[in-house]
Design a protein around this ligand. Structure first.
Ligand SMILES: C[S@@+](CC[C@H](N)C(=O)[O-])C[C@H]1O[C@@H](n2cnc3c(N)ncnc32)[C@H](O)[C@@H]1O
Length: 261
């Protein structure tokens, strides 16, 4: 999808999306009121945004494997830390939404696919220090930087796994029963996204929360999002345009919400 089309789609979303006053589901209404639309600025945000600011100024170059391209080995290229921070990390608005979601749901176990330099991971780890977070990153050099960033922020509830999702995810799931929260933020293509979703589905429970990044980023991702929403196991989905939330609560009637955020 070209940038122009993405902007048109976004404008269309802004004009047609619902607000909480259009929503009849008590679960979604509460979530919108108490979590999604909460604009309180919290001290934890500042600490992580200070780290982001210093990364955005850092012109150090590192050699990284580009896993987004999808090949198992990846292509290597040189990027500055500033470029990685600018292009890969979730912007504050969405990273802070992740913080609020994790604080609200207090998951015991959380899995993130796509660590990059750890900005979103740090937000989620700060939100709930008791949550055991596993995050997977393909590029060794980036994973090392993320680990350093977690130390800088005094975060000790994060385990970083380095390697391709296609290899590491099945290994991880082999020894696990359930995940309470999964954030899918890497390899944004249809088939891989659906494959990671299907794998994690076997490890969800009634109250698990799945969050998908960049659901409208490309035609492929839009197709993947459509299929995810329609999955018989999904009851509630909430489309916030740049991020999609998925719930499996049997108490909720199946409904797909498009909410202005
Ligand atoms: C969008 S970035 C993650 C950003 C991070 N969650 C944040 O908001 O700070 C996606 C990351 O996933 C990694 N990635 C993409 N495809 C992958 C794959 N197949 N296996 C492992 N890592 C992959 C990339 O190297 C990249 O660092």
């Amino acid at each position: 999808m070209n940038k122009f089309q993405l902007i048109i789609n976004y404008l269309n979303y802004r004009f047609t999306a619902q607000t909480k006053y259009d929503v009849h589901s008590p679960f979604v209404f509460q979530l919108l009121t108490n979590v999604i639309n909460d604009k309180t600025v919290l001290p934890a945000y500042k600490e992580i945004e200070n780290l982001r600011s210093s990364l955005l100024k850092n012109k150090t170059e590192i050699l990284i494997e580009d896993f987004g391209a999808g090949s198992l080995k990846g292509n290597t290229k040189t990027k500055t830390l500033a470029e990685i921070a600018r292009n890969a990390a979730k912007p504050p608005k969405y990273a802070q939404l992740l913080y609020r979601l994790v604080k609200h749901f207090q998951p015991d176990s959380l899995l993130e696919l796509g660590t990059s330099m750890g900005i979103s991971t740090a937000y989620m780890a700060k939100a709930s220090p008791a949550t055991k977070i596993t995050t997977i990153e393909g590029s060794e050099a980036i994973a090392k930087l993320a680990t350093e960033n977690f130390s800088l922020l005094n975060l000790s509830n994060i385990k970083v796994i380095t390697g391709n999702f296609d290899v590491q995810l099945p290994l991880l799931l082999e020894n696990r029963h359930e995940f309470d929260f999964v954030f899918f933020d890497g390899n944004h293509r249809k088939i891989p996204t659906l494959s990671y979703f299907e794998s994690c589905l076997k490890h969800k429970h009634n109250d698990s929360v799945f969050v998908f990044d960049d659901i409208h980023w490309s035609a492929e991702m839009e197709e993947a999002w459509e299929i995810i929403k329609q999955s018989p196991e999904v009851t509630v989905s909430i489309d916030l345009f740049f991020i999609g939330l998925v719930f499996f609560r049997k108490a909720s009637t199946k409904e797909n919400f498009i909410i202005r955020f």
